[in-house]
Structures are given as structure tokens and as C-alpha cells.
Write a new protein. Structure first.
Length: 296
């Protein structure tokens, strides 16, 4: 359940609640509770409270607004099933350049990272991040590229940083999205104080989608995730990777409902062993009440 309301001419408030089932028990929790100030600073928006961090593409959107059902493997592994939320402050500013350039900076508590329900421990360095986005058009094709840096050091002196780039391109006519391309590429580096070896991971997803027959959309997502510097007991290179193909068909009879069916083929490789898993997902989304518009 999400609640949005203007508070005064300077600010608005957002409250988002969700229920999850864990080990057979229902858990009700606050996802977001923040104030957003859009007119205190010139060309800037200030967010204070608990919110999903403005990093990459998917982490900015609620899961019911994603163009596919399940999260890409890189997003699920690096940022949890839904995404990274935390308590803190975030400033988004439109830079005074002759072209569109928006810089978002954030500082959050960092007691947890991802989507955790525990209290966590005080980090040595809290979560801090930068997200730089631009925008341009190529005829009827609108493109939004982005760059992200995020880092934190936990209570055990384990430092993690992420480098990412996200790309979104659309051709949209009215409410119909004729073409969509969405992609994120992420690099993760984890190091421990007093330990020479670093853990490095690289992952991405690619998702092209076409719209047809007014209310239908067909897309194909490719997932890739790999460990870059694994060694076996004999210090030989050791591979571990995950790939997936996810065709998805969506039907949107109106802006308040969406129905999807998706097939997933996952290819997992570790050393000389490999497995293939197949699954089919169905999804129905119903929106009661108004829904705020997204920037792009």
C-alpha cells in the first residue's frame, strides 16, 4: 500500500507499506517513509527519510512497475530481490550545463545493505553513492544513460564498492510503448582489511521489448553474472557463471492492470559442472487509486 500527498508548497510525503511471507509467517513492514522537498534549492530535489536509493535503473522503481516479473540475476545478487532501501538523505540536482545532466548524491546509514529486516551493525563507513544521468533524443527515440558509484565499509572492515552503467531507450506514442530497451551493467569489488585477495563480480542484463496490437508487449531479457577471480585449492582459475533467457509477454488492458506470462531458462556453470533450470511465471497487477507518474 502506497500513500502520496502534498504537505505544503515546498514538500510532499510518501509512505509505502508491504507484506512478505517468511518461513510461513506474514511480516508487515514499512518500505518507504520520506519527505521530498522540490523547491528549497534551485533546480534540486531533497529527499529525507527511508527510501529506495537512486542507483541504476530498477532500484528507482517499485517492482510492480518493472517491465518483467522476476529481477535479473545481477540485481538480485547485488541488491536483493526488490532493491536497496535505507534511511538517510539524498540530493538530486540539475547541473547548469547546456545539455541535460542530473547528479544525485546520497548518504544513508549503511547498517544494512540490500533488503534486510534485522537491525544491523554500525558500519565503519556508511553507504554513499553518486548517480549521474543524461538525456537526449534521436528522432523519435528517447535515450537516458546513467553512471553509478556506490560504496560502504561494514562493521567488520569489509569494503564493498559498485560501478555501474544503465541505459534506457524508448519510442512511445501516448500510453503505448512501441519500443523499449533497458540494460544495466554492474561491477562489484569486495575487500577485507588484512586480506590481500579481493572478490570481484560482473553482471548485466539486456532487455529489448516491442509493443504491438495496442495493448500487448513482447520482450526478451538476457541475464549474465560471473565471478572474475575465483581460484581452486591449487590456485588455478575457477569459473562460476549464471546466464538466463527470459521471454516475457505482457497484456495491459488499461493503466491500472497488467497481466504477464514469462518463461525462464537458466544456465548455471561452476567449474566442470553445469545445470539448466526451466520455469514459467504468471503475474497479475491491479492498481487501486491514482499512481504517480515516473520521470522517464
Amino acid at each position: 500500500m502506497s500513500f502520496y500527498a502534498p504537505i505544503d508548497h515546498h514538500s510532499q510525503g510518501v509512505l509505502s507499506l508491504a507484506a512478505h511471507e517468511e518461513s510461513g509467517n506474514a511480516r508487515f513492514e514499512v518500505h518507504e517513509a520520506f519527505f521530498q522537498f522540490d523547491s528549497l534549492l534551485p533546480r534540486s530535489s531533497l529527499t529525507v527519510g527511508q527510501f529506495f536509493l537512486d542507483i541504476g535503473r530498477l532500484n528507482n522503481w517499485h517492482q510492480h512497475d518493472w517491465p518483467f516479473i522476476t529481477p535479473p540475476e545481477v540485481h538480485k545478487t547485488f541488491f536483493a530481490q526488490e532493491g536497496v532501501l535505507d534511511k538517510g538523505v539524498q540530493l538530486s540536482s540539475l547541473l547548469p550545463t547546456p545539455f541535460y545532466l542530473n547528479l544525485t548524491t546520497g548518504l544513508t546509514s549503511g547498517f544494512n545493505f540490500g533488503h534486510s529486516h534485522g537491525p544491523g551493525e554500525k558500519p565503519k563507513v556508511p553507504t554513499h553513492y553518486l548517480h549521474l544521468t543524461s538525456f537526449f533524443s534521436l528522432g523519435s527515440l528517447d535515450v537516458q544513460p546513467g553512471l553509478t558509484y556506490l560504496s560502504r565499509t561494514d562493521s567488520q572492515d569489509e569494503k564493498t564498492y559498485f560501478l555501474g552503467t544503465d541505459w534506457t531507450a524508448k519510442i512511445k506514442k501516448g500510453r503505448q510503448t512501441d519500443f523499449l530497451f533497458q540494460s544495466e551493467l554492474w561491477y562489484k569489488n569486495t575487500s577485507q582489511k588484512g586480506v590481500d585477495k579481493e572478490q570481484q563480480k560482473l553482471g548485466l542484463y539486456l532487455y529489448p521489448q516491442i509493443g504491438f496490437a495496442s495493448n500487448f508487449e513482447l520482450g526478451l531479457r538476457y541475464d549474465y553474472l560471473a565471478d572474475l577471480n575465483l581460484k581452486d585449492a591449487n590456485e588455478n582459475d575457477y569459473t562460476r557463471s549464471h546466464q538466463a533467457l527470459v521471454p516475457t509477454l505482457s497484456y495491459k488492458p488499461s493503466e491500472f492492470s497488467t497481466f504477464r506470462i514469462a518463461y525462464t531458462a537458466e544456465f548455471k556453470s561452476e567449474g566442470d559442472d553445469s545445470t539448466v533450470e526451466h520455469s514459467i511465471q504468471f503475474q497479475g497487477i491491479y492498481i487501486l487509486g491514482s499512481h504517480p507518474s515516473h520521470s522517464f
